[in-house]
Ligand binder design. Structure first.
Ligand SMILES: [Ca+2]
Length: 149
């Protein structure tokens, strides 16, 4: 636990250092209008993951190539592939029918939490920075297939 936390800390520092190195180029992408702080901004059909609370982007945790949320239509076995492992702090299910499941570990391992359509959380609380894989209910059986890459 503690060694993992230290590694995580260094990773965040490295990410931040990279952000600083790029400098002003990224400033516009980083800005989140106050008026949008409580709006999911998630397209219909998707579930969106956010590295910050209140559907925002945490510059300390998210690479510059992913400004804003990470949305998906089916599932993601390994959020680390999108540089979104263990950073999700808020989530919104803008899907059509399916409940969405968020897992503690990759490939549906560990504990899970779920949200029905048109719900989410502005603050994942005990789940903050722990989510590693995500699935809409109808594709839970697509684990470890191309659908969830
Ligand atoms: Ca976070």
């Amino acid at each position: 636990m503690s060694s993992r936390a230290r590694r995580s800390g260094r990773s965040r520092i490295a990410t931040f250092a990279a952000a600083v190195a790029v400098g002003l180029v990224a400033t516009i992408g980083v800005a989140v209008p106050a008026s949008a702080a409580n709006s999911p901004g998630c397209a219909r059909g998707y579930t969106c993951l956010y590295s910050g609370y209140d559907y925002t982007w945490d510059v300390m945790q998210t690479p510059l190539s992913y400004t804003g949320q990470l949305g998906f239509l089916n599932c993601i076995d390994q959020l680390t592939r999108y540089s979104y492992n263990d950073v999700v702090s808020s989530v919104y299910n803008a899907g059509y029918t399916d409940r969405v499941y968020l897992y503690e570990h990759e490939f549906q391992l560990g504990k899970r939490v779920s949200y029905v359509v048109s719900t989410g959380s502005t603050n994942l609380g005990n789940w903050n920075d722990k989510i590693s894989s995500t699935y809409f209910e109808s594709v839970l059986n697509k684990k470890n297939t191309s659908t969830c890459r």
